[in-house]
Design a protein around this ligand. Sequence first.
Ligand code: TLP
Length: 346
Amino acid sequence: MHDISDFRSDTVTLPTPAMREAMARAELGDDVLGTEPTVNRLEGMTADLLGKEAGLFVPSGTMGNQIAIALHASRGQEVICEFGAHTYNNESGALALIAGAQVRPVHGKAGVMNPAEVEAMIRPANIHNPRTALITVENTHNAAGGTIVPMDNIRALGEIARKHRLKYHLDGARLWNAHVATGTPLREMCAPFDTVNVCLSKGLCSPVGSVLVGSREEIERGRYLRKQLGGGMRQSGILAACGIVSITQMIGRLKDDHANARRLAEGLAGLPGVQLDLGAVQTNIIYFSVPGREAQYPQWLERLKQQKVLAMTLGNRWRLVTHNDVDAQDCDRALAAFKALLAQAA
Ligand code: TLP
């Protein structure tokens, strides 16, 4: 058990001892000048792992996604994504600000869009219509509960994108979790997409960073955009060194996070008043609500904190996320704390 059991996000993990070591040993250069050996290595290794021509190391998942969207969609054009997509709801309006595009959201089931509904959302050529430019998918889907988008759905949407000459982007912030949970090879998961953004700083423990992969031409244009956004970093090999540890050593262990989330979710689902869809707990994220008790959530957050359990509420839902820095005992502590809260509230 850790001193604080922090379930707010898998972004809270601290770099591992192997990462600190790798940082100290990293060979460094200047990435804006194109001579950062460790960044170049991370970019090449990630592109190879995901089966794409080239990679671009960026400071955040938000920047990777938004560079991709701006590569594929221009001012006044339209992007189709799922209603709860992070790119649409949680990136501070960057899609409208940077690409200048607008969103046509599609309500999915557990984060999965129906291909027929997506196709129906593509605008016919007409002077009145915006031009549809891009379809994006999020796998795993955060707001739906860390749910996995099945490969047949990803392929069907990819065929629609090709048929209508649209681009196809994956927000793969937690693609690693979907890969570990399903056993589907990463290259196969990425093959239908033009571009894929993966995060190193969520389950994989890097302190900073994402990698956007795609064709050589797209990534070179992306590199220019990254500089325009102020994301050109210099001796960033010190961070990329952690990313190399992430992708070579940290993926397999995500299965422990999934097992911890499952156990914790099953415990929470049995508490009085808790509404929790166990079917949606497919990886490392748990959402639940306690209907009628929403007004007490701020108080409960404080009480949990006193018991060294940190959680997050998003609207009327609680979100708990498992990761490398919470173990089975932390889960037991959180479950006991919620149990006590709900017993008092009853
Ligand atoms: N998500 C964060 C919050 O913004 C909600 C979290 O704690 O889960 N795509 C997906 C699916 C994400 O969940 C996130 C981060 C991002 C992109 C953005 O990554 P960062 O925070 O590195 O910009």
